[in-house]
Design a protein around this ligand. Sequence first.
Ligand code: Q9C
Ligand code: ZN
Length: 675
Amino acid sequence: MSTEVMKMDTALIYDEEMTKYKLLWPNPACEIETPERLMVINEALKKNGLSDRCVSVPVREATDEDFLLVHSKEYLEAVKTTANMNVEELMEFSKQYNDVYFHQNIYHCAKLSAGATLQLVDSVWTGKVRNGMALVRPPGHHSMRSAASGFCVFNNVAIAAQYAKQKHGAKRVLIVDWDVHHGQGVQYSFKDDPSVLYFSWHRFEHQKFWPNLKESDYDYVGEEGGTGFNLNIPWNKVGMTNSDYLSAFCHVLLPIAYEFSPDLVLVTAGFDAAIGDPEGKMCATPDIFAHLTHLLMNLAGGKLCLVLEGGYNLTSLQQSVCQTVHTLLGDPAPRPAYLEPPCHSALESIHCVRSAHKPYWSSLRHAAELPTSISTQCNKSEKVGEMLEKEGEEESVEELDWPEPPTRVSPPVRTSVVLPDDVPYPDGCKRFKLGAVDDGALKALMDKMEMNQICNGLALVRDVSMAMKCVVQHASSFPNRVLVVCVGDAEVQDSHSTKDGKTLTVHFSNKDSEELIGKYYLPVCLKKGWSDASWFTQAVLGLLLPVGYQYDPSLVVLARMPDCGLCDSVWQQLTAVLQGLAQGHTLVLVQEGEKACVGPTASTLLGQAAPSMGKFHAPPVKEVEALERLRHKLQADWKLLRNTAPETGGGDEPDEEFQSTVWFKNLIKNTLPSN
Ligand code: Q9C
Ligand code: ZN
């Protein structure tokens, strides 16, 4: 049986016209928002051959009707008058609002900016393309019903979400706001609307950072019918890193996003949360956006639309956008670099938001309550006044230097299959070689992956346990680490629990084998009857993924035992997220009798979006408790498993000191420790 090959195109929407407005008078708060931002992105995409690989979709002008989906008539009419103003009038007009400037041509650009966003939604929703990105100015997420704010005139993405609901009948829209500022305009637009889930992380510093709103804190969860559908992660320190962002995804956004099960995902894609940005002052490297993008690509059947917001360090901005577009096109993500433990402050915020949302999401039902020390002293905004006093002695991050992300080369072959001769191979795959499916074939396939000639592979083998043993043995001759993910009951092989750390085995099975836990052997519960979407969020997103990211293997072996109990969609989601590791080098082993899963597995290995998992049941208490015990045992070794801040004074090492000094200085000197 052959798999239906979906359209895999990526749309890119850009029009030079949007570079044709700028700040016309001295204003330090606004001088960072320049036309060059779009120009350098466009040049970088061309230079890296990315523009040519995308489908270029033309912009259009948004109509009054489009704007009125979110904005008031009075405000719209007021903005229209700016097209005929002189500089003095523009300056006066701008003064009504916070950190925004107007220009004779900005209304025209704002129409194109919103129109480009709607063109993108149309192309993705109708299946003309799989996903895409709109490169726009002015940005949108700060703009409100009747006010411009923070360089934003109209709220592009809020308009797009309303439009998707009304024009296309979208039932649930997820908005992921990874810009470093809080998109308060988006939050206000959907505060009582349960059909739009808004997620934002943002520099907050106990309300000392712009836009200084109380409702940007973790305890603002939405109102009325929309209660629980607004997720804020306030960053109370600068210098957040890749680990902090990945933790926020694994422990907050992704479980809730999967439970929400959107039919469209919109990203307010600002890149001021990346290193070098003068506004954000964060330390996440541009390659992290490859992973953030990858992790969103299997929601909503892959219907993912990114729309540019902020990003003010031109180098970091263009690198981050390129990383993002590579991933949209299906190129394997680079190995995640520099994963230090998440910092104390980030874990505090993650803990807080998980606890605030516990009543609304079954995937957080087991989340830890807040210790009173956090809720009353550490993380609330009463400290604002006090904090404001000691401003002004911050280190400058603008001169920071960081390694350029490595060039992303996709292997000539994406998916190679080793199947018995009588099994037809799925469309789009390459048959590895004819002849017996034996150990020799598996080893040769692994060698090709190691040499980056083949990205991933699928083998239908006589005996999965034996094949797994062979593969692990062969891998021990490689210089690098192998993550073995074994799904279903199997004998635990000695060779899997090597102490030297060259192999890490995560074994999902029905058996209680808690006594076997070691740093490199993780037995995780997969009880019959609990192998559904909620298992995926708890065991895969909350456990396998953080450990996998921290382990950073060069190869992932995914072995599926007969009768492992996973339905196709859950299996495909698992296969899909694992491709974020090891530059996509995944070798899947499936038992001969399980021919039916060859098609779905191959389609996922080829980079097609995994299907949604369907109904979400509350996880069974006993199993979740076992999982939590495992997390507690393991989180000393695998710090990305943490979703709460270690209590101070408990003998825990001061991670945070390490992070903000040693790591930071290493970064500047460009001498990062590599593992
Ligand atoms: N230090 C976007 O990123 N405050 N807007 C500037 C200057 C306003 C950011 C203060 C920042 C607005 C889309
Ligand atoms: Zn921003």
